[in-house]
Design a protein around this ligand. Structure first.
Ligand SMILES: Cc1cc2nc3c(=O)[nH]c(=O)nc-3n(C[C@H](O)[C@H](O)[C@H](O)COP(=O)(O)OP(=O)(O)OC[C@H]3O[C@@H](n4cnc5c(N)ncnc54)[C@H](O)[C@@H]3O)c2cc1C
Length: 341
């Protein structure tokens, strides 16, 4: 038994390391793309100076939610690493392993998506070998497969949740309709936490019931699991986002400096609302939000992108990646002025 758990803990350490390595690459890609987007000007109103790329709605939309998710994952992975290293007696390795599986899959998929977005956001410059985004993509692409294929890991996460479902959630009554359309309410942690919790619990209950029905009708349990795999992966994804939001919010609580705390809270709002927006079809289907509220969420994500935009370069500078390591001519910290492509 002891040997088995020692072996298992090496896998957990590997998954945390791969997730962190992936996130570092996402930070590099975002640093390059956001600095470039701040300096590169393209088009503009007649007889006026050209506009920096990062002032365009689409450019903000493409990069800033990725930046917010990168920050959220940074704090979630720091917390997981510390708990893994501490090997506390009051926390089972199972719980750490489940979280490592979920965060490894979530973080490495996030890296793949972010680097592609960063590459495109730099146009032709992003495709040049010396600007390194292609290399970062090539180096991290396999992270979604090794140390456990992401889809298979997410299926494991969902199976773990289902064993808890049997114990805890069988009789849960989910009445979660959130009807208010006050944008301040949307920005609050209470709304965001409740939405993520509701989604994870609702999916767990639904997929649990779907499995039970199949098994009750005589289906082999293996076939029943295969039949609902898409639902299981959706559940694990929802659980990952619930955990990441929790860890990010907890980390912000520990920050004393008011302006820093405020900047991080804005990123937390953008992380949460951009992912709720990405899954609005589910929230509407589950009647958790009304159509007017869905529209208000979309508008608030735009507002949050506008609020993060002036701080975007400072936020990537805070990753503190030395120019010598970033090694991308379009992404150096000191470089000033317009790019001509
Ligand atoms: C560069 C590299 C280095 C590696 N280094 C090591 C190493 O040092 N040590 C080591 O032990 N291993 C190593 N591996 C192996 C790695 O862990 C496996 O490649 C990985 O776990 C996926 O397994 P597989 O390649 O057999 O893919 P498969 O299991 O064949 O999966 C292929 C596809 O099928 C899907 N799939 C598989 N099973 C299911 C299922 N039940 N339900 C739904 N979909 C499913 C997967 O999501 C995936 O998309 C390495 C792999 C690579 C690419």
């Amino acid at each position: 038994g002891k040997r088995f758990f020692t072996m298992l803990s090496t896998l957990v350490g590997g998954r945390i390391s791969v997730a962190r390595a992936g996130l570092s690459a996402a930070k590099s890609g975002l640093t390059i793309a956001i600095r470039y987007g701040n300096r590169r000007r393209q088009f503009g109103p007649k007889d006026e100076p050209e506009v920096p790329l990062l002032d365009y709605r689409m450019h903000k939309r493409r990069l800033l939610p990725c930046l917010a998710t990168t920050y959220a994952l940074h704090f979630a992975l720091d917390d997981l690493t510390a708990r893994f290293a501490a090997k506390r007696r009051d926390e089972s390795l199972d719980a750490i392993e489940a979280e490592a599986n979920a965060l490894k899959a979530y973080a490495t998929w996030h890296t793949t998506d972010t680097l592609q977005e960063a590459r495109e956001a730099c146009g032709g410059q992003g495709y040049r070998a010396d600007n390194r985004i292609g290399r970062l993509k090539a180096d991290t692409d396999v992270f979604t497969t090794f140390e456990g294929d992401n889809t298979v890991l997410m299926l494991q996460v969902a199976k773990g949740l289902l064993s808890d479902f049997r114990r805890e959630f069988r009789d849960m009554n989910l009445l979660g309709m959130a009807r208010f359309v006050d944008p301040e309410h949307l920005r609050g942690l209470d709304f965001q936490r409740s939405a993520f919790e509701y989604r994870a619990e609702h999916m767990l209950q639904n997929v649990g019931q779907r499995l039970e029905r199949r098994v009750d009708d005589g289906m082999d349990p293996f076939d029943a699991f295969v039949d609902v795999q898409d639902h299981l992966v959706q559940l694990a994804h929802a659980e990952a986002e619930r955990v990441i939001l929790d860890r990010f919010a907890d980390a912000i609580e520990t920050v004393d400096d008011p302006p820093l705390r405020e900047a991080l809270a804005t990123l937390r709002q953008l992380f949460a609302l951009s992912h709720i927006e990405a899954d609005l079809d589910w929230f509407l289907e589950a009647s958790y939000v009304t159509p007017p509220k869905a529209k208000a969420i979309r508008g608030t994500v735009n507002d949050l992108c506008d609020e993060v935009r002036p701080q975007a370069e400072a936020l990537v500078n805070a990753f503190a990646i030395p120019d010598a390591l970033l090694a991308a001519p379009i992404g150096t910290r000191e470089r000033e002025g317009n790019e001509r492509g």
